[in-house]
Design a protein. Structure first.
Length: 184
C-alpha cells in the first residue's frame, strides 16, 4: 500500500470501528485530516499547534503528550494514530496511557511506518527513531496488555479479491505501513 493509498484505508477503519456516540482521540493529529471522517466527537492531540510550514497549519484541539494524556481514565472510545507513533519518545509509556484513557472495550488503531520505510527515512535525514515491522508493533500492543491484537490489511469486502491479494503480496514485499488494531 503506497503512502497516498493509506488515507482511504484509515477512512475504512474509522468507519468500521467508530460509532456516533464515540469520543475519538487522534494522537499526533497534525493537520487533522480525519476530523471529517469521524462519526463521533473528534479530538485532535499533538505536541504543538505550530504550523509545519507556511500554508500547512496544524488543526490541534489539545496540545499534549501521548505519554501523559490529559483525559480521565476510561473516557475515550477509540484512539487513532497515523504516521506519528514512531515519533513518540517512549512508545511503551504511550501504550500504557492509551490503556488508561480507553474505556473497557475501547480500541486503538495504529497506522505507522514499517521498519523498511523508517530505515529509508532515517538514511535520508540522519535521524535515529524507533522502527518496527507490523508484527513487532502488534507484539508491543500485546505486551502492553491489549487484547484481540491484529494486523490490518484490506479485506475482500473492502476491495476486489484481485486487488486484495495484490495488496497483500505488495504489503509483505514492499509495504510502507505497519497497521495494527487492538482492544482494551
Amino acid at each position: 500500500m503506497a503512502a497516498n493509498d493509506v488515507d482511504g484505508f484509515v477512512r475504512i477503519f474509522l468507519r468500521r470501528y467508530g460509532r456516533e456516540q464515540d469520543r475519538v482521540l487522534d494522537v499526533g493529529c497534525g493537520p487533522a485530516p480525519y476530523r471529517e471522517w469521524v462519526v463521533g466527537k473528534y479530538i485532535g492531540l499533538d505536541v504543538t499547534d505550530l504550523p509545519y510550514k507556511t500554508g500547512l497549519p496544524r488543526r490541534v484541539d489539545i496540545v499534549g503528550s501521548a505519554t501523559t494524556l490529559p483525559f480521565a481514565a476510561g473516557s475515550i472510545d477509540l484512539i487513532v494514530s497515523k504516521s506519528a507513533f514512531y515519533l513518540i519518545p517512549n512508545p511503551e509509556a504511550a501504550l500504557m496511557e492509551f490503556l488508561r484513557v480507553l474505556r473497557t472495550g475501547g480500541r486503538v488503531l495504529l497506522f505507522d511506518y514499517n521498519r523498511r520505510t523508517q530505515t529509508r527515512m532515517m538514511a535520508a535525514d540522519g535521524s535515529k527513531l524507533p522502527c518496527w515491522t507490523q508484527w513487532e508493533l502488534k507484539a508491543k500492543l500485546q505486551n502492553a496488555g491489549f487484547r484481540d491484537c491484529e494486523l490490518l490489511l484490506p479485506t475482500p469486502q473492502d476491495v476486489s479479491c484481485l486487488e486484495y491479494w495484490l495488496r497483500l503480496v505488495h504489503q509483505e514485499l514492499f509495504g510502507t505501513w505497519a497497521i495494527v488494531t487492538a482492544v482494551k
